[in-house]
Design a protein around this ligand. Structure first.
Ligand code: 0PR
Length: 419
């Protein structure tokens, strides 16, 4: 072999090495190591792996989830959620645009609840955080620790008691499953920090006698929180649709705070709720100095929090508008009445006539029915306390789905001796 061959080879190797150095410099400089390594094969592998896990999940779009207070979000929410994925409302100066969306969304919620001009809203992750925040304010304002609440209250209050060293005093419910006002009156004391009323109970969707509770709390100067996590997006529209429902919002002057969830009947993506407080200055009682970020003070529990669910919920509200929500509630109620009729026809009793789109079906052993239904691909909730199963007729549930479900429920009840 001639010497020129070796010279050429050396030259080629030299150029190859230079080329590789340039490529690796380009990769390190312009692309992060993570991006470089995420080639399409690796992506596919990761997606396939995740899909395997996801296959085990029940999905709302299947129509087979009949016991959840959440729903498949309105399609616009999905797109907007992705668009706002990197926003952080915990540092509002980084995203003044998203902050503006948040304040517009709070205005929309406040108007829905007839909040006064003095009010303010605090975005929260859902009903649990809404209740915690409300009770935190009540504790700060009153310096007291006792919470009077119906036996039907959501279990998030147990967390509140544990977190804040507060004491829960349970008030029995009447035979209509709402808080017994006479019993409440007996329990009010100088140590009472707050009264809690439900506008859409978890188990049956009942509404406590909020107007009477409001009056009592006004007279006694007691903080009154309304948990409207579920009913907040239902009751205003039921009223407009001429259903007879109890008043629950800020038009009642004793109402101090209301929590309302967008990820339930607000048709938005998880996690999102709002706590509206009657007086803006109350938020100062749960604020701390936040010297390292753009806002001087930060109220509430969370620090870093995504703007994505807020923007998504705002888009849903803009898309549906008041009329859209009203139609959605109307159609949920039609499906509820249809379901009620079909269940009664089976010979199964209901716990009570539904107030909103939640039905309790009385059973001897609800747990057995729930387990069997689950194996057959249908999800409903068991409520052992009331010896019933709970169906929540969310927007994705149609009469056709109920027609599919009823024969399965009938057969299941026959198998376990309920029918
Ligand atoms: N207040 C009330 C009246 C509620 O019903 C709930 C939740 C909360 C507060 C707490 O809300 P977050 O869970 O958003 O913090 N009620 C639902 C329930 O227990 C929660 C839920 C939703 C459970 C969807 C299961 C499910 O698939 O049914």
């Amino acid at each position: 072999m001639s010497i020129s061959f070796f010279l050429d080879l050396g030259k080629n190797i030299f150029f190859l090495v230079i080329f590789l150095i340039i490529v690796s410099f380009f990769n390190c400089y312009f692309l992060s190591p993570v991006m470089v390594s995420l080639d399409s094969k690796k992506r596919q592998k990761i997606f396939a792996e995740l899909k395997q896990f996801q296959q085990h999940d029940f999905s709302f779009s299947s129509g087979h989830i009949l016991g959840s207070m959440c729903t498949v979000p309105q399609p616009i929410a999905r797109e907007v959620y992705m668009q706002f994925l990197e926003t952080n409302l915990g540092d509002p100066e980084l995203c003044p645009g998203t902050k503006e969306i948040e304040s517009r969304y709070i205005t929309f919620i406040s108007q829905l609840l007839h909040a006064p001009k003095t009010s303010a809203g605090q975005i929260v992750s859902g009903g649990t955080e809404g209740n915690i925040t409300a009770m935190w304010i009540a504790k700060q304002l009153s310096g007291k620790k006792e919470i009077l609440l119906p036996t039907s209250a959501h279990f998030s209050f147990q967390k509140i008691a544990s977190l804040m060293g507060m004491k829960l005093i349970e008030i029995p419910v009447t035979k209509e499953y709402v808080m017994d006002v006479a019993e409440l009156k007996k329990k009010i004391h100088t140590t009472t920090a707050a009264v809690v009323g439900l506008a859409g109970s978890t188990e049956l969707g009942t509404i406590d006698p909020i107007p009477e509770l409001s009056e009592i709390c006004t007279d006694e100067h007691i903080f009154f929180h309304v948990d409207a996590a579920f009913g907040g997006f239902v009751i205003p529209f039921l009223k407009e649709l001429q259903y007879k429902v109890t008043d629950f919002d800020f038009q009642l002057k004793g109402v101090s705070t209301i929590s309302i969830d967008s990820h339930k009947m607000g048709y938005a993506a998880i996690p999102l709720g709002t706590l509206v407080v009657r007086k803006k200055q109350w938020l100062e009682t749960i604020s701390v100095d936040s010297p390292y970020i753009s806002s001087e003070k930060q109220a509430g529990i969370l620090g870093t929090r995504s703007g994505a669910p807020v923007a998504a919920a705002y888009a849903v509200a803009r898309f549906l508008g008041h009329e859209g929500y009203k139609q959605m509630v109307q159609s949920c109620m039609e499906v509820t009445q249809y379901t009620e009729r079909r269940i009664r026809e089976l010979g199964l009793p209901l716990v009570m006539k539904p107030t909103m789109n939640v039905i309790g079906v009385k059973l001897k052993k609800p747990g057995h029915v729930v387990d069997r239904l689950s194996k057959k691909g249908w999800r409903v909730n068991k409520v052992e306390r009331l010896s019933c199963i709970r169906l929540v007729l969310m927007p994705q549930i149609t009469k056709q789905i109920i027609d599919e479900f009823i024969p399965v429920l009938k057969k299941t009840c026959e198998e376990v001796g309920e029918l």
